[in-house]
Design a binder for this molecule. Structure first.
Ligand code: SF4
Length: 692
């Protein structure tokens, strides 16, 4: 590995190092870290990276506060009190790794599938994510993890329609004349796209926000369509209905580059705006006017995001929306089309990084991370396989983020479950660990990044030495492999080697070393003449692959498992979007950011607050049959009547009563992709007495 991470010396004692933001955000910013006498003193956006344009969000601007946080884990810890008590004692790395290896060896001798890795996007890096971890768990023969918790339904919907997670190049939104921002609070979670949308707006574009919540983004758009959660497919089908009725269609594009037009036409004609308006809870006129704008404005672009797919019909909803651009031929222009995720454009060599060949013919079972609560409580059976007896958690905080927390907690509290957590901080999950292993932050390790919001690869160089005794994820899994006696040569690969192998020859690594980023060679308007990466090469309105599974080959509106208003005991629909200054459960413990958010908040409309005697500032109980959590009420027009917004995702232990919003969410799964349905949740809300 190159010993010199420095890219340029500003003065004798000060250097600036190029890196990449690792967080679960589509922007994947290029970072410049200023280091003085070995200490990172500032993290800024790289002005030479066109997407970052020198600007970071408030969260990552405070990255040094996070890396040098006084509560940062600095040495390996072993549990010294009862499970979940949060009591630990420091131990050496050697003792921690040898004890863990010994326990895993004992379990593996019986059945390695009783060991479950649990990880997600705590870092989006290809190397500190699943590279060495994948090698380790494949070599071990552990259970595989279906990583569904955020985007699985949307990914499936997009793939069945467009062939992969692909779309228009984000920079071209700046030239669009109509932008539908669908299921996204871009100001909070896609800031750099928002800057492009602002540019388009200044140049005359109309911006329409489609979201149950009146977000900060909705405030700044020309129009906000506040549909009910889980009704997006109905809206999209009604838009199609109007495009057909008024013949706002590009017949040539449909004929040449799509599959299943006649069948889709028939389906869409079943969705007049009046029907969709009743389902979506929006005025008919809002639908007809949106259809007119979409059918008659060029170029028209859709920025679709993952919020809308966290419901039972999330996969179908994405399919319905993803059909729209082909109907009007929006793909013909570089600033027309749709972007949900750009991940499919990146030629990541996953096999080289994660080495599934180390399974050597074994086919371990796969468990879904979105049903962790249920799976931790399952006994061994022929259908399930062995009981989960060891859990290795990295890049995730399942006790805060997984649905139906009460069951997740019950699982983690099992005395016989052996739990190891790789972390920066003592999170809710780490409290239940048997061993906590201190991990490095992005300032302290190598990584390489694809992104889901633009089309550049970014390299992250370490700016500072690991803080305390922290070790990178790769180094921890290398160490574990050594203690397990895994002698395969791949466990000796260093992180720079892993970075080099992530894209092979598809990206010039020397460019990354020199500039920090490299742009993929993608046509300006990639689907102007079809060429979708589907089996047919067309935009598949009708999916033969879905039909072959006995599923509906056409997109359809599927009502929520728990539509608001259908149960008098729990009459309110609840969504749980992220609080603006947090990113999932990351940053909740950064004091300056928590000071802005203050405490967990439930937004509810006056129509729902008044009959319950709830005023802004009251503590409330939010509950259903799965559990309850407590938070502060904010009576606000940000919530539509009948829908409450439980702003997430607080650490349980930092919220009132030691619970958070996932106490009430369910473990149901989406129609496609087996994802979670966080926004398909029915609750009741009640004021708490002042002394409760
Ligand atoms: S969280 Fe997003 S906007 Fe903030 S620095 Fe990271 S990539 Fe950029």
């Amino acid at each position: 590995m190159s010993p010199e991470p420095v890219i340029f010396h500003d003065s004798l004692n000060t250097t600036t190092v190029r890196g990449a933001c690792p967080h679960d955000c589509p922007d994947t910013c290029a970072l410049l870290t200023t280091v003085e006498n070995g200490v990172a003193i500032r993290v800024q956006g790289d002005p030479q990276h066109r997407h970052t344009d020198g600007v970071l969000c408030a969260k990552v601007s405070r990255y040094t506060e996070r890396s040098y946080h006084p509560e940062r884990l600095l040495q390996p810890l072993r549990r010294s009190g009862p499970k979940g008590s949060g009591q630990f004692e420091p131990v050496s790395w050697d003792l921690a790794l040898s004890s863990i290896a010994q326990r895993l060896q004992t379990l593996a001798a019986h059945d390695p599938q009783s060991i479950l890795p649990y990880s997600y996007a705590g870092t989006m890096g290809q190397v500190q994510g699943e590279a060495m971890a994948g090698r380790f768990f494949h070599r071990l023969g552990a259970s595989l993890l279906e990583r569904t918790i955020c985007a699985a339904a949307g990914a499936a919907g997009l793939t069945y329609t467009l062939g992969a997670k692909v779309g228009m190049k984000v920079e071209h939104f700046a030239e669009s004349k109509l932008i539908l921002i669908w299921g996204s609070n871009s100001i909070g979670s896609n800031l750099h796209f928002w800057r492009l949308a602002q540019k388009a707006k200044r140049d005359g574009a109309r911006l329409v926000c489609i979201d149950p919540r009146r977000t900060e983004t909705a405030d700044k758009c020309h129009e906000h369509i506040a549909l009910k959660p889980g009704t997006d497919a109905a809206l999209a089908l009604a838009l199609m209905h109007e495009l057909i009725r008024h013949d706002w269609l590009d017949h040539d594009y449909i004929e040449r580059y799509t599959l299943g037009w006649e069948a889709l036409r028939e389906r869409a004609l079943q969705w007049p705006p009046e029907r969709a308006a009743a389902v979506c809870g929006v005025p008919v006129q809002q639908i007809t006017e949106l259809a007119r704008a979409y059918g008659t404005t060029q170029p028209a672009a859709i920025r679709l995001n993952y919020g809308m797919q966290r419901v039972r019909g999330g996969g179908n909803a994405v399919r319905a929306v993803a059909c729209l651009p082909a109907l009007i031929g929006a793909w013909r222009q570089r600033s027309g089309g749709l972007l949900m995720s750009s991940t499919g454009h990146f030629p990541v060599n996953t096999a080289a990084l994660q080495r599934p060949d180390l399974l050597a013919g074994r086919t371990p079972r796969t468990l879904n991370m979105s049903t962790l609560g249920n799976d931790l409580l399952r006994q061994a059976s022929p259908e399930f396989g062995p009981q989960v007896q060891a859990l290795i958690v990295y890049n995730s905080n399942p006790l805060a983020v997984a649905p139906e927390s009460a069951k997740v907690l019950q699982g983690f509290a099992r005395e016989d479950l052996f739990t190891v957590v790789l972390e920066h901080f003592q999170t809710d999950t780490a409290d239940y660990a048997d061993f906590i292993l201190p991990a490095t932050t992005q300032l302290e390790h190598w990584d390489i990044h694809s992104t889901y919001g633009h089309t550049d690869v970014l390299l992250n160089r370490p700016a500072i030495a690991p803080v305390g005794q922290a070790r990178s994820n790769t180094d921890i899994f290398r160490g574990l492999a050594a203690h397990m006696g895994f002698t395969d040569a791949c466990f000796a690969d260093d992180d720079e080697t892993l970075c080099r192998s992530a894209f092979g020859d598809a990206i010039e690594f020397e460019t990354l070393l020199a500039k920090g980023h490299a742009t993929l060679a993608i046509p300006e308007a990639p689907y102007a003449q079809g060429g979708f990466p589907t089996p047919s090469g067309r935009c598949e309105f009708f999916s033969p692959a879905l039909a072959a599974q006995g599923l509906d080959g056409l997109p359809e509106h599927l009502p929520n498992y728990e539509p608001g208003g259908s149960d008098p005991r729990h009459p309110l629909a609840m969504i749980s979007p992220p609080a603006r200054n947090f990113l999932n459960s990351t940053f909740v413990n950064v004091k300056s950011l928590r000071a802005i958010e203050v405490e967990p908040v439930l937004e509810l409309h006056a129509d729902d607050a008044d009959p319950r005697g709830i005023r802004s500032g009251d503590m409330v109980r939010v509950f259903n049959d799965r559990g309850e959590y407590r938070c502060r009420a904010e009576v606000s027009s940000r919530a539509r009547p009948g829908v409450v917004n439980g702003m997430g995702i607080w650490w349980r232990k930092l919220g009132p009563s030691g619970t958070n919003v996932n106490e009430v969410t369910s473990q149901h799964l989406t129609d496609l992709g087996r994802g979670p349905v966080f926004y398909d949740c029915r609750v009741q809300v009640a004021a708490l007495a002042a002394d409760a």
